[in-house]
Design a protein around this ligand. Structure first.
Ligand code: BGC
Length: 558
């Protein structure tokens, strides 16, 4: 037998798989339901592995599948090292990972370290153990204010609306940045730190390739007295010294996590969900000594506008160079209105950007929505994004051209943000979490035999996988074609902007000569002789005229 010398180049390439990956986000409860209880599950994902392989993605990111009362769609975790029995077992998880890996699809799981659920054994212990106990020190318990302590420690408001403090039976209060059912952990507590290291190893040992870190910018807090009021808090700079948000000391945690990630071969990856104030602050999360990559959410709040897209693309590529990481592109996820819908609503105050409250204010979604236009713009921006350096996150259902589902009654809604009237999204987030349509006919459009846990509208039939799969002009075919060609386009991590003489047309070249031309305007754009090089278009192109609201990829002669 000959000794083989490890090929260093190959090893480095394997370790860097995430830099230009296309990651498909699965919201497990709404993907595919194998046991017919109306809730998607891990065997459901296993049954659709061929679909994922055919789509051409590099990795999946699974939103939480852990035991949970679903007070916040699974982001209220009862046990970080188990599977919700309604979604399957650890054996099902292993079988799913094996099947995905067999098709060269990597697996990223969601870690929720800012808070546990109130059903987590630690929180139950904290309630039972009483004030001053070690069990309470894992969370943030305080005495109230006022003569009898019956007022909360501060007037702070939680992200989902309503007070950020909740009183327990013996009179103390605990802090929750999100829902009442999501008590914040105390990250000064050594046991909390050690336990998350154990969780990271647990999933890494099971073959997980990476982690998405939920609200990565909120873990550490400075709650020394006197605590500022809500109004004072809002005025404090978010420069690393803020008591609650994006504190510098949070990076000590991620430096420790990095050691765990790097103890595996290939190293495990991580991406931070960090809503922070500047690109420089985001770069800290993306550093190689920390999590390695951070979400860039700029396009979630951008209009369908060439100037805005160009600025965001340029800024984020520059920022990625700064951190040594690669950037991430995201148009949709489980927290925001689907991008086909955002781009299909009438501009309000001259802009297309819509959050739920504005959507309602605009006079009702169905009347306002330009379904075709929204999808046309969504296809154009998606093709633009897939042509950029960096990794792209695709949210389940966007490849089917799905719009947000508006027709969900208050009784059917599940999102705490809807019930607590959070300002950031008046309709809540259920509309993008409706179970996927797999077939035009049949129970729950093929999602499962036992109905769907959120109502699917009749128009889902037109977006079903079995309808779109055989249609070369469908959105599903566009995604499949783009992901197949992308492997040839993504050879370097840079781009060169090319002149177009139109502010509403963006054009850039990749190092290997591939080009992307995106026309955000209504007028067509003359491609001239380059029209011969068009290999993919977001809407049909005939002759040299690139239609309005259309993106094309141009490939050089071989
Ligand atoms: C997740 C949300 C969740 C929140 C609290 C967010 O960043 O994406 O879905 O409600 O964290 O865990």
């Amino acid at each position: 037998m000959t000794d083989t010398v490890p090929d260093q180049k190959h090893t480095d390439e394997v370790a860097a798989w995430w830099r230009q990956a296309v990651v498909y986000q699965i919201y497990p409860r709404s993907f595919a339901d194998a046991n017919g209880d109306g809730i998607g599950d891990l065997p459901g994902i296993l049954s659709r592995v061929d679909y994922l392989a055919e789509l051409g993605i590099d990795a999946v990111w699974l939103s939480p599948f852990y035991p949970s009362a679903l007070a916040d769609g699974g982001y209220d975790v009862d046990d970080y090292r188990d599977v919700d029995p309604r979604l399957g077992t650890l054996d099902d998880f292993d079988a799913m990972v094996e099947a995905l890996h067999a098709r060269s699809i990597r697996v990223i799981v969601d870690i929720v370290p800012n808070h546990t659920s109130n059903r987590h054994e630690w929180f139950q212990e904290a309630l039972a153990a009483g004030r001053g106990s070690e069990a309470r020190d894992r969370y943030i318990f305080r005495e109230g204010t006022g003569p009898d302590g019956s007022q909360p420690p501060t007037d702070w408001v939680s992200v989902f609306g309503g007070p950020a403090w909740e009183r327990v039976d013996d009179g103390q209060w605990y802090f929750h940045n999100f829902a009442v059912e999501q008590p914040d952990l105390n990250w000064d507590n050594e046991e909390v730190r050690a336990d998350f290291l154990k969780t990271l190893r647990f999933w890494s040992d099971r073959g997980v390739d990476g982690f998405r870190i939920d609200v990565a910018h909120m873990l550490t807090k400075d709650l020394s007295d006197p605590l500022p009021s809500r109004a004072e808090l809002a005025l404090l700079p978010q420069d690393g010294s803020h008591p609650l948000i994006d504190r510098d000391d949070v990076h000590e945690i991620y430096a420790e996590w990095r050691q765990v990630f790097d103890s595996y071969d290939p190293p495990r990856t991580a991406v931070a969900e960090a809503w922070v104030s500047t690109p420089e602050r985001r770069a800290k999360y993306a550093s190689a000594e920390g999590l390695g990559q951070a979400f860039n959410f700029d396009l979630l709040v951008a209009d369908f506008d060439a100037v805005e897209f160009r600025r965001i693309i340029a800024d984020n590529l520059a920022q990625a160079t700064l951190s040594g990481s690669s950037t991430t592109w995201v148009l949709s996820n489980h927290d925001v209105t689907r991008h086909a819908t955002r781009y299909g609503l009438q501009p309000l105050n001259g802009r297309h950007v819509k959050q739920g409250t504005e959507w309602v204010a605009a006079g009702g979604p169905e009347e306002q929505l330009d379904r075709e236009g929204g999808l046309r713009r969504a296809r154009a921006t998606t093709l633009l994004l897939l042509g950029l350096p960096g990794s792209t996150y695709v949210y389940q259902g966007e490849e089917l051209g799905l719009h947000e589902v508006a027709d969900i009654t208050p009784a059917q809604r599940q999102d705490p943000a809807f019930f607590r009237g959070a300002e950031f999204d008046g309709l809540g987030r259920d509309g993008c979490r409706v179970p996927l349509p797999w077939t035009a006919d049949g129970s729950s459009f093929g999602f499962g035999s036992g109905g769907a846990h959120l109502p699917q509208p009749a128009w889902f039939a037109q977006h079903a996988v079995d309808v779109l799969a055989g249609d070369p002009s469908s959105t599903l075919s566009l995604y499949r074609d783009a992901l197949r060609l992308r492997h040839r386009l993504q050879t370097g991590e840079s781009l060169e902007w090319l002149k177009t003489d139109r502010v509403d047309v963006l054009r850039f070249a990749r190092p290997n000569g591939w080009q992307v031309v995106a026309n955000f305007g209504a007028e067509s754009f003359d491609l001239g002789a380059d029209a011969e090089h068009v290999v993919l278009a977001s809407t049909p192109v005939s002759g040299a005229a690139l239609p309005g609201e259309c993106t094309v990829w141009l490939a050089p002669d071989d």
